[in-house]
Design a protein around this ligand. Sequence first.
Ligand code: LLP
Length: 421
Amino acid sequence: MHHFAYKDGDLHCEGVALSHIADEVGTPCYVYSTATLQRHARVLAEAFEGQDCLIAYSVKANASLAVLATLAAEGCGADVVSGGELQRARAAGIPAEKIVFSGVGKTAPEMELGLTQAIHQFNVESAAELRLLSTVADRLGRAAPVAIRVNPDVAAGGHPNISTGKKGDKFGVPWAEAEALYAEAATLPGIRVVGVDVHIGSQIGDLVPMRAAFEKVVGLVQRLRAAGHEIARIDVGGGLGIPYKPGDVPPPPSAYAAMIAEVSAGLGVQVILEPGRVIAGNAGVLLTTALYEKEAPDRTFLIVDAGMNDLMRPALYGAHHEMLPLTEPARGAPEATYDIVGPICESTDKFATARALPALHSGDRLAIMSAGAYGAVLSSQYNARPLVPEVLVNGDSYSIIRRRPSFEEMLALEEIPDWLN
Ligand code: LLP
C-alpha cells in the first residue's frame, strides 16, 4: 500500500501533484510520502502487538534525517551499521536504548560511540570483533550488551547479491562455531551476552527460509540457556520483500508476525526486527524527465535525466522498477516500447529494457516507482553529477529535506596541492 496515485490526470503523492514538485525542485529528485512511511511502520507494529518487540528500522535503506524523524515519531528504533548511521539516528531523535549496531566491520571508535551512547545492543559478527569490543568496553568501564550474529546456512532465495545467510557468505559466525564463541563471550570482561541475531537476506518473498532460520535460532537459544547463558532477545533481522511490480505478492506483515510468534512461542524473549525496505521501499519515487528519443536498428532508447548514479538498483541487481508518466495517459493513447537509459557513460546505466509505456516525448516526466529504499542512500556523484535532492510530502504540503548541492559545495572538500599552483 502506498500513497502515489493519479488524481485529476496528474500523478500525486498524497495531496501534492508530482509535476508541481518536478517544476519547483527540478529533476531528477526523490519524493517520499509521510503517510506511506507511517502506514508501513504502523502495520508492522500492529502485526506484532502483544509480542515483546522492538522495531529497529534499518537506517541503510533510507537514511534521510526527515525520514528517520518520521519513523522516530512512530516509536521506531534503529538498526545501524556505522558510526555515521548511529549519529544520524540520534540526530533524528531515535533514543539510544532503541538502537542496535550491526555490521561486520565496526571500528574501535565506532564501538566507543555505541558504548558511550549506551545503545541497546551490538550485533557481533566474528570472534575478533567480540574480543576488540570487550577490550574497548572494559577500558570505558562498561559491559557491551551483545547478540552474536549467527550464519544459519539457509538460502534466502532472491538475488544472490543480497543473500547473506549461506555458508560462505561473509556475514555472521559459522553455525558450527557459534556455541564456542558464546562460551568465550561469557569469559570476556567487557561483554554481557543478551541475545542471538540472524539476518538471511533482503527482498525475501517467502516465509519458508525465514522460518527455517528462526527455528534453528530457537534451538540454539535453548542450548545456550542450558549452558547457562542468559538469552533474553532474538534479533530476526530484516528482509521482508515488497511488491515491485503488479502481481508480486510478498508475505504480509501479519503472516510474518504470526510465524515469528509461533516459532518463538514460550521462549520469553524480546523480538528485535530490522525492517528496511518494507517500510521505506514503496514510500518513495524518483522523478525524471525524458531528454531524447534515439532510434537504434532494433530498439528505441528513451534517454532520461536520471542515471545509475542516482538509482543503482537496476544496474546492480537487474532490479525492476515500474515507471509511471506524471501526466495520466489518455485511454487508448499510443504505446511505445523503450529501453530507458540514463546519461551516464556505462552500458549498465539502464532502468528498463523493452518496456511498454505510453508514447513519450522530450520533456515528459516519469516517476520511477518503489525507489524509497536503497535509492538515494546508494547514489554517488559519478560523472560529476550533484547528489539528487530529496523531498518529503505530508498531506497537501511538501518540504525539500535535502537540497541539491551547488557546484562550489561539490568541490569544497578538494584541494589542488601547492606544487600544481
Ligand atoms: N539487517 C541487516 C543486518 C541487513 O544487512 C539489512 C540489509 C537489513 C537489516 C534490512 O533489510 P531489508 O528489510 O531492507 O531487506 N541494496 C540492496 C539491499 C541490500 C540489503 C542490505 N542489508 C537492494 O537494493 O536490494
